[in-house]
Design a protein around this ligand. Structure first.
Ligand code: MG
Length: 376
């Protein structure tokens, strides 16, 4: 083995001796030999590539522990897979933060126009606001809604809970021995949102209170175990927008101008493996535990739900559903049934029926709401 002094090795891999000493202390890259008398570090020529890799991974922002794991892999293909998985996770986290940032920007912009209605606020809040104001002048929007929940054909009990009201739409899918009480506790904790119009600019506080209330309520039911809990997907109507709160693998879809869009991301192990490129869609569809959740409201460690603000348009049709629907009815089928039904009640019923016609392996719950114009 050809050995280089730390100085020669540093020059060869274009890193500083200081960086190499740091990598040694952090156990990211150990010298091939340390002279027992002088303490000088010596590196093998073969370590050059490893040193560069460590430097690149640090530049990528990868945590030290993860770099160590990658260094321990002898197989470059496995290392490549790990880097891809790491980056997919970074992008997913960034996307969640991006949604939250957009939510806050939107919230602050609309709060501004809400407290000072009039044309002079339009100039600096942009054309979206101008459009909103002119629409509010001509027509009011409101929700028409319906909810249906069914035990399905296999499960002994229905652990789903649904709610649909003039301002609040919610679906919760409980799991564990007290899954039913858990899902109903989560939805019960949100119901105050339906009672009265949110004061201008307080949507964030309301949502935070609601999420905290639901979290506490589920924790009480679960009594310290993460084996009991629930998903929660809810939309809060503000008069022109829908604020979305989502945790778990229930879903929200939007049918707009004939297209079906899923506006929630499943917090499941399978979805994260798909995101990271570790599973193909075909492998994901055949996964033995498709419903294994990454995040939920439970008695275990608290987890933050996704938040998002959705601009409502007249003609929009929203669907909230538990996983019992998409597990057996593909998106194309959901779109067909949602499009065909003239009113929310028929839409929700036909979707529940379709799930049961496909075997009804799970509880199935559908909440459908239309955004409609009413005369001002
Ligand atoms: Mg379910």
């Amino acid at each position: 083995m050809r050995m280089l002094t730390i100085g020669a090795f540093a020059r060869a891999c274009r890193l500083s001796p200081k960086a190499l000493r740091l990598y040694d202390e952090l156990e990211l890259l150990r010298p091939a030999r340390v002279d027992p008398d002088t303490g000088y570090r010596y590196y093998a020529v073969e370590q050059l590539e490893q040193a560069r890799l460590v430097a690149w991974l640090r530049r990528l922002g990868m945590p030290l522990a993860r770099i160590r794991e990658i260094r321990a892999l002898d197989d470059p293909t496995a290392a490549a897979r790990e880097i891809r998985a790491y980056w997919a996770r970074v992008e997913a986290e960034t996307a969640a933060r991006r949604d939250l940032a957009a939510f806050l920007v939107h919230h602050l912009s609309t709060a501004n126009t809400g407290t000072r209605p009039g044309t002079h606020t339009v100039a600096h809040t942009g054309t979206n606001t101008e459009t909103d104001l002119s629409r509010k002048d001509t027509a009011m929007l409101e929700l028409r809604y319906a909810a249906h929940s069914d035990r399905g054909l296999v499960r002994p009990a229905n652990q789903d809970t649904a709610y649909a009201g003039a301002r609040l739409l919610a679906v919760a899918d409980g799991f564990g021995p007290a899954g039913g009480p858990a899902s109903s506790a989560a939805v019960e904790a949100l119901k105050f949102l339906d009672a009265e119009e949110p004061p201008a600019g307080s949507v964030l506080n309301l949502l935070e209170d609601a999420v905290r209330g639901a979290t506490d309520a589920v924790r009480d039911v679960a009594d310290g175990t993460d084996e009991v809990g629930t998903t929660l997907t809810a939309l809060l109507w503000t008069g022109s927008q829908l604020a979305l709160v989502h945790i778990g693998d229930s879903r929200a879809y939007l049918l707009r101008e004939g297209g079906l869009f899923r506006i929630t991301h499943d917090h499941t192990v399978v979805q994260s493996l798909l995101d990271e490129g570790r599973l193909t869609p075909e492998e994901a569809a055949a996964h033995p535990q498709p419903a294994l959740l990454l995040k939920a409201l439970s008695g275990g460690a608290p987890a933050a739900p996704d938040l998002r603000l959705q601009e409502a348009r007249p003609g929009d049709r929203y669907l909230l559903c538990s996983d019992g629907l998409p597990a057996v009815v593909p998106d194309a089928g959901i779109r067909t049934l949602l499009t065909a039904a003239p009113a929310p009640d028929e839409a929700a019923r036909s979707l529940v029926t379709a799930a049961n016609d496909a075997g009804g392996p799970d509880n199935v719950t559908c909440v459908v709401a239309d955004v409609v114009e009413t005369a001002a």
